[in-house]
Design a protein around this ligand. Sequence first.
Ligand SMILES: [Ca+2]
Ligand SMILES: [Ca+2]
Length: 135
Amino acid sequence: MENTWRDEYCPNYGHIYCDCPFVVEENTCPGHWTCNDIDNISADFMAANDVNGDGLLNWEDNIEDVHAEELNISCDFNGDDSVDACEVHMCVVLVENNWRDNNCPDFGHVYCDCPFVVAECEGSWNCEDIYNVSL
Ligand SMILES: [Ca+2]
Ligand SMILES: [Ca+2]
């Protein structure tokens, strides 16, 4: 706008060129996974490995021993010897954050809620119950 104005009123004055004074955060990290990607990867992983379709990955799925062992060690966060969809999901989130630490340390971590419904535990309290009980 300034230069258009100068063209009109001071054509001999020349144009002005200014560097942008505002820092636009270069917050990019090529190849990173979004929560959406992580959801899809987790779902694919479950679909590929949950042979009997009960929503859990464990010995019953005939996964090769070593594979299942690794799976349990790295993803069985509650130690019940099965890996449910949310544990897979959490595992993928950890993998992603680990990757970011190595490749884009300034990019920050991703936090994703588990998009899967895992088996309900009858009589258990959910967060809302606990909130109500705590009052
Ligand atoms: Ca299974
Ligand atoms: Ca588990």
